[in-house]
Ligand binder design. Structure first.
Ligand SMILES: Cc1cc2nc3c(=O)[nH]c(=O)nc-3n(C[C@H](O)[C@H](O)[C@H](O)COP(=O)(O)O)c2cc1C
Length: 172
């Protein structure tokens, strides 16, 4: 099974990016986690550009989602909203056919972030048919500096990530 994981933070030391990197390290046999790093290079969503052929970077993003068996999002909250770069990425998926059946899950790496989590859930429930509730997990990396390997090796930090992987693997 192929999981595509994407971080909504462009920050070099991002907690959300480290969370999905740890997720990749924890993937069991038969599960591959690919990290999508192109979110910051997408153009701003504009329906006038949402034509065939799509801009190359948009086409690559859509192809990556199309090729995966499940999508995992980990995004910070900014001013009580979902990070703009993440929302922009999601907006480019809305009109593309064939993506709505992709199972999707969310990691909250910087709790509480309650507003962004609620907005994200609302956005995703409009866009995707299958929200994998058991793979909506919190791993608290706010203000912490562990590397992905350290997160993966820490039983308390890795447990929710393992739970998400197990729940997603059952979808495969
Ligand atoms: C401009 C700005 C606004 C923020 N707004 C919120 C917020 O509304 N709620 C919250 O929980 N955290 C907020 N934060 C904190 C970020 O969520 C936190 O720094 C988080 O670690 C960012 O994710 P990252 O480590 O993956 O980059 C804000 C941070 C910045 C820089």
């Amino acid at each position: 099974m192929r999981i595509l994981a994407v971080s909504g933070s462009l920050r070099a030391a991002s907690s959300n990016s480290r969370a999905i990197q740890a997720l990749a390290l924890l993937a069991p046999a038969g599960v591959e986690v690919e990290i999508w790093r192109g979110l910051g290079e997408l153009p701003f969503f504009n329906p006038d550009l949402d034509i065939d052929p799509a801009p190359a970077r948009v086409a690559a993003w859509r192809a990556a989602v199309e090729a995966c068996d499940a999508l995992v999002i980990s995004s910070p909250e900014y001013a009580h909203g979902v990070a703009g770069v993440m929302k922009n990425g999601l907006d480019w998926l809305v009109s593309h056919p064939g993506l709505h059946e992709t199972p999707v899950a969310v990691i909250n790496a910087t709790p509480p972030g309650d507003y962004a989590q609620a907005h994200m859930r609302d956005n995703l429930s409009v866009m995707f048919t299958t929200l994998v509730e058991a793979a909506f997990v919190t791993v608290n990396l706010r203000g912490r500096s562990e590397t992905p390997a350290q997160i993966a090796a820490d039983p308390a930090l890795s447990a929710p990530l393992r739970q998400a992987l197990n729940a997603l693997a059952q979808m495969g």
